[in-house]
Design a protein around this ligand. Structure first.
Ligand code: ADP
Ligand code: ASP
Ligand code: MG
Length: 408
């Protein structure tokens, strides 16, 4: 008998037939004597549709409060339908929205962070034998405004609820049956991992592997929630995301991932003196724009170029901000390049193996892929390349590090 949180993603609840399939899985877990909390996403494509609608209705300037109120509705549909289907099957089940649970977040609309979850309503329902179905992706701030947690945020809702309830584990059901060495929809030689450490999963997720939202991995790691990534369409064993163990050290590289959502910004010919970087980046952070890689080339005659990456969706805002900031810093011009992508390799074994970076660069060079920027962390190396080479780079690096073969 366990307390299990099960999260089902958009493709798993894409229509009534699929929701019935989810209901069968939930019922089976309940029949085995477990307490079950289900967290759902919106139907596949629904959040995208709502986002387009928000932009159309507001002429591209939605109030973020109303934006969240609208785009959170997709989840309200799926949770109530699942509750109805389970009721019709003879089970006690109840849907709850974020504000009904009291999933408290900060007020950073469209990318809010969960601060606290009241467990009272959920535990009362569970103690009465009810299956609790919570809307993912949404919360409420201290002024009762609805907030959303960023794209893919239902994963985070599920892990946060599992942590708050001290659940035995959290199952993330999706359209692939685990975490692979790379996106199996990009390269068919990708191999499913039995286990992956929180640390590696966090780097993969932050570098673009959308199978788990990175905030979900961060929470799982902080609260030591075991997470299983599985398919909702079959019963294959999934991947366990857990604490690092001694086996994992053998893997120099565990995965390759890519991120096509980045854009490169180059601030050309800025005076190389104290305070310039602060002048450039403070207005960006004030607007909540996340800057990823940053490089500054060597100064020449008192001037330098500064290059960094931001998410593609933030480019219009960055353009607007830099209209004035560039003048203030006396930069000669600002160039934007949206035809780039970031390709990353991740592995705990990098800590103890030399030569990983050079192997990566040589592999890319052999196929004529130019590297525009490089950044490294203890267990990750990322390169910015031309977007058109993304899939090729994934295959080349997967082959170069022989990821299709399991290490013994
Ligand atoms: P859901 O709607 O269930 O949340 P997502 O589309 O957010 O599903 O995440 C699942 C997708 O993540 C897969 O279909 C796959 O294309 C992609 N993906 C990217 N990297 C990986 C990886 N390393 N392993 C497995 N899937 C990956
Ligand atoms: N429905 C939301 C999205 O599409 C949240 C999620 O699916 O995790 O981003
Ligand atoms: Mg997702």
């Amino acid at each position: 008998m366990a307390l299990i949180v099960q999260k089902y993603g958009g493709t798993s609840v894409a229509d009534l037939g699929r929701i019935r399939n989810v209901a069968k899985r939930v019922a089976k877990t309940r029949d085995a004597g477990n307490d079950v909390v289900v967290v759902l996403s919106a139907m596949a494509g629904e959040t995208d549709r709502l986002i387009r609608l928000a932009h159309e209705a507001s002429l591209n300037t939605p109030s973020l409060r109303e934006y969240d109120a609208l785009i959170s509705t997709g989840e309200q549909v799926t949770v109530s339908i699942l509750a109805m289907v389970l009721n019709a099957m003879g089970y006690r089940a109840m849907s709850l929205l974020g504000f009904q649970v009291r999933i408290m977040t900060d007020n950073a609309h469209s990318m809010a962070r969960i601060m606290n979850i009241d467990t009272g309503v959920v535990t009362n329902a569970l103690s009465e034998g009810t299956i609790v179905i919570v809307a993912g992706f949404q919360g409420v701030d201290e002024n009762s405004n609805i907030t959303t947690l960023g794209r893919g945020g239902s994963d985070t809702s599920a892990v946060a609820i599992a942590a708050a309830l001290k659940a035995d584990w959290c199952d993330i059901y999706t359209d692939v049956d685990g975490v692979y060495t790379t996106d199996p929809n990009v390269y068919k030689k990708a191999r499913k991992l039995k286990k992956i450490s929180y640390e590696e999963m966090l780097e993969l997720a932050s570098a673009g592997a959308k199978v788990l939202q990175h905030r979900a991995v961060e929470l799982a790691s902080n609260f030591r929630v075991p997470v299983y990534v599985k398919s909702s369409f079959n019963d294959d064993e999934g991947t366990l995301v857990t604490v690092e163990d001694s086996d994992m050290e053998k893997e120099v590289v565990s995965g390759v991932t890519c991120d096509k959502n980045q854009a490169k910004v180059m601030v050309v010919h800025v005076p190389d003196k104290p305070g310039i970087a602060a002048k450039l980046f403070t207005p960006l952070s004030d607007r909540g724009i996340i800057v990823d890689m940053i490089i500054q080339n060597a100064s020449y005659e008192g001037f330098a170029d500064l290059t960094f990456t931001v998410s593609k969706k933030d480019v219009p805002q960055v353009r607007e901000i830099f209209d004035t900031v560039a003048r203030e810093t006396q930069a000669s011009r600002v160039e934007f390049d949206e035809n780039i992508s970031k390709i990353s390799i991740v592995g705990i074994g990098m800590k103890s193996h030399a030569g990983v970076a050079s192997r990566m660069f040589s592999a890319l060079a052999r196929d004529g892929i130019n590297i525009m920027m490089i950044s490294t962390s203890e267990i990750k190396i990322s390169c910015v390349i031309e977007e058109k080479y993304t899939e090729l780079a994934v295959r080349v690096l997967h082959d170069a590090f022989k990821l299709e073969k399991e290490r013994k």
